[in-house]
Design a protein around this ligand. Structure first.
Ligand code: GLA
Length: 389
């Protein structure tokens, strides 16, 4: 990102005067462990070196003035620090507003306003968590500007609260955690049951992580997401009549199969089966990585996709086309959808020398079948939120 240009943009939008500061927060990609984070299971995401930047300057009044270089046609928005409420017309600004609201609820009260210009380079609606990125970035800005102390886990929890309670999206903790706690060249093995975690080094010698963005518009994603959550909750309630468990994540596959017929509705049974098997795959995948068994890691990625396609039903023709074409390419160890699904993107582990052919062939097959192009990004694993000098 060209920070000098960002500063110039800032002055064009907000005018001259006063000292500014710059901040960055990453996007994230989840390597395996999908739709497990609200089922008390494990996830294995990492932060990226792409994300969003912000230029910030204190104001003397009690207003938050927000502008995004990604929506240059929208005017800058002026928001009073007090009495924050969700307003549809505030569009993307509801994310920073939500974070400020969550901070205030937790007793952190700013005594003056801020001018903030945001600029991101995550592909839009790609499922790389641009909303969690803006939330964590805003949290980082508040902490630094007002001299408040908080660890990354608490920052992630407040950002999640902003998403759940202010923006009405019932997401789990994965995205905000992956971003707030990101570490260069490491993925985070997180147990969402108790938020215990460890960093696992990812040395992709001779390999690349390739993200393919389906460019599918994600119309009903939020309502479908909440529907899946509910289906899992219903399934769990029926299992709890036979066994004392707090979440589906507490069961291994055999234990689940022994109880599966307690779940009356076959759809709910399938959803729960995904949550359980995906959690087991994630644990296995991390131990495979520990033994440097990338082949097995890749196979588990593929199985994850199949389970998301058949049991969880969150893939759709676009993601299936990307993944199923990827599986046929030389040098592909594994490929799966990543994030919530219903559009968004896929992540593939590809041998370096095969990346070019991969992008060409998968791109061609996608365009032929779907009628519009996919975008491809070879990504690197980066650090969490930072103040830049
Ligand atoms: C979205 C949510 C996460 C997680 C994933 C699916 O990204 O924000 O909390 O549930 O979907 O794994």
């Amino acid at each position: 990102m060209d920070l000098e240009k960002l500063q110039e943009d800032f002055i064009r939008v907000f005018g001259e005067g006063g000292e500014t500061s710059c901040y960055f927060a990453p996007g994230r990609v989840n390597l395996i462990g999908e739709h497990t984070d609200y089922n008390g299971g494990h996830v294995f995401p990492c932060a990226l070196t792409i994300g969003a930047w912000a230029v910030v300057r204190p104001r003397e009044d009690r207003r938050l003035c927000l502008f995004s270089g990604n929506f240059p046609d929208q005017p800058k928005r002026e928001i009073e620090l007090d009495g924050l409420t969700y307003r549809k017309e505030d569009d993307w600004c509801n994310y920073p507003k939500g974070v400020l609201w969550a901070f205030q609820e937790a007793g952190y009260r700013p005594d003056h306003g801020l001018d903030i210009l945001y600029q991101g380079n995550l592909p839009s609606s790609a499922g790389l968590s641009s909303s969690a990125c803006i939330e964590v970035l805003t949290g980082k800005i508040l902490l630094d500007q007002f001299g408040w102390e908080m660890d990354g886990v608490r920052l992630a929890l407040l950002a999640q609260k902003a998403e759940n309670r202010f923006n009405g999206v019932n997401c789990g903790i994965m995205d905000q955690f992956a971003i707030a706690m990101g570490k260069k060249d490491h993925a985070i093995f997180l147990d969402t049951a108790d938020l215990s975690y460890s960093y696992v080094p990812i040395s992709l010698e001779g390999m690349r992580l390739v993200i393919a963005c389906s460019n599918k518009k994600r119309g009903l994603a939020d309502s479908k997401y909440n529907e899946r959550r509910e289906e899992c909750e219903r399934a769990l309630m029926q299992i709890q009549k036979a066994r004392d468990v707090k979440s589906l994540g507490e069961l291994n596959t055999e234990e689940f199969e022994a109880l599966a017929d307690r779940i009356e509705d076959p759809v709910q049974r399938k959803r729960a089966r995904h949550a359980v098997t995906e959690n087991q795959r994630t644990i296995q995948a991390v131990s495979a990585l520990g033994r440097n068994d990338l082949e097995l890691f890749g196979r588990l990625m593929n199985e994850s996709h199949i389970s998301l396609r058949d049991d969880y039903e969150v893939t759709g023709i676009e993601l299936d086309t990307l993944v199923e074409t990827a599986w046929k390419q030389p040098g592909v160890l594994g490929s799966r959808m990543t994030g919530a699904g219903f559009g968004g993107c896929t992540v593939s582990l590809v041998r370096e020398e095969c990346v070019e052919t991969f992008i060409r062939e998968v791109g061609k097959a996608y365009l032929e079948k779907i009628g519009y192009a996919a975008d491809f990004y070879s990504v690197s694993i980066g650090d969490g939120p930072q103040k830049l000098s």
